[in-house]
Design a protein. Sequence first.
Length: 474
Amino acid sequence: MKKVRKIAVDQKTWLAGKIASAQSGLCAQRGTGSPYCLFFRGSGSAVWTIDVEKEDIFGMKLGYFSGTASNVSLILGDQIISQTFEPVKGYSQNKIPMRDPWMMQNPEDSESVDIVDTFRIGPGQHELRITVSACTDFRVYYLEMIPQASLASIKKIEARAARLRPDIAPIAKKGYGLFIHWTARTKPLYGPQKAYEQAVNDFNVEMFADQAADMGAKFVIFTAEHVSLWFPAPLKVWEKYHPGCTTKRDLIADLIPALEKRGIKFFMYLHLPQMANYPESYEGGYNYNNDQINNLGQMNELCSRLCEMLEEIGNRYGKKIAGYWLDGWGGIPLKYGIDPTEKVYRATKAGNPGRLTSFAFGVRCPIFTPWEDFACGEYRVIGELPVKGYHSCGQNKGYQYHSIIVLDDDWWHDWYDTPIAEPQYTADQLAPFLRGCMENGGLVSINTAVYQDGTVSPLTKAVMRQTARMVYGK
């Protein structure tokens, strides 16, 4: 079924690779690192069908990955733009073996690059064709359409977003953090898994905070909700949208002061489409049908729910939440075609205007919203150091720096009666990179798996203790 994308006249529109109609040369999309992309091997072509309200000149950007120099043409009627796209170097090309095979697939970075020319497009429906040749691996994540008549107002919005952006340097210069995926699916080392509320009740915050301090953490990104609808606190709005999925104990309120006593700041992880209870909008659903891709009413309802929930969380914990790492967002602008991030971004500041906010756009999909304080940095491997606090290349170029290193067991421990995997890096490998991030003003998080009782593996703890001594000189 042909998908028709309406092109906005007053803001940018994104044509996700996923909604193009394949013509030739495309391979299977699953396993290419993103549910949004077209995946070319050798020559091929695909077509976007667009619906333009009124005539305008459109500039464009292409979000892509290429392993080799590739020739790309965009064709609209008798207008043709041809351009060579260079191989993407990005943050890192390294692969590391992970327990989950999907996690080690294609960790290549991506880039967003300006198209050298513009198209004049009149009102009505048009076919916009992309052809690719001379490539071994070329992925199209999106084509960004920029109406030139509205360019001045678009730039004003971007400037307004930049003025609101807090500086990451005060946290970055103190040291590295831990990224902790503790969820309803987290397994114990041995034996049966506890029910989530019982696990919340039994969670020893003092032990956990001691452990984080011992491992050198200066901040902790802690998962409040992921892979389930549970939230570990008695939130009224959360209970309204997810009945029976809140707990009597407020684990967040107990955990934050335990970390604060040890000089550790608290960041919260949430998965946005999932927490809004809009599974049809979740990026993993791959459901970009015609009824959904232009359904701005559905998008606005999703954003309204998110704002309501984020405002309750932000006002409840105030300045004790130093930042958010918000997952699953990349599928929303690419699904609906426009960027609704500003409204949600402003809701993340409830209770703390200086709170840092990051929206995850996927492991490799180039990010494009100005309404983001720091890059999600979902790299998993050691790569390029920051330059004056910013990413200098790849999908996060131009954004304040954050990088995640997955140290041991993928993102979280999801295996029964199985120890957490051995660390992928030694202290000798980690410490120089972490010091370099501190010296150059960039945030970096070490993702360490934990068991259901909140403990890390002894091998991971030993590596991190040695890393802390080498980084901080203690």
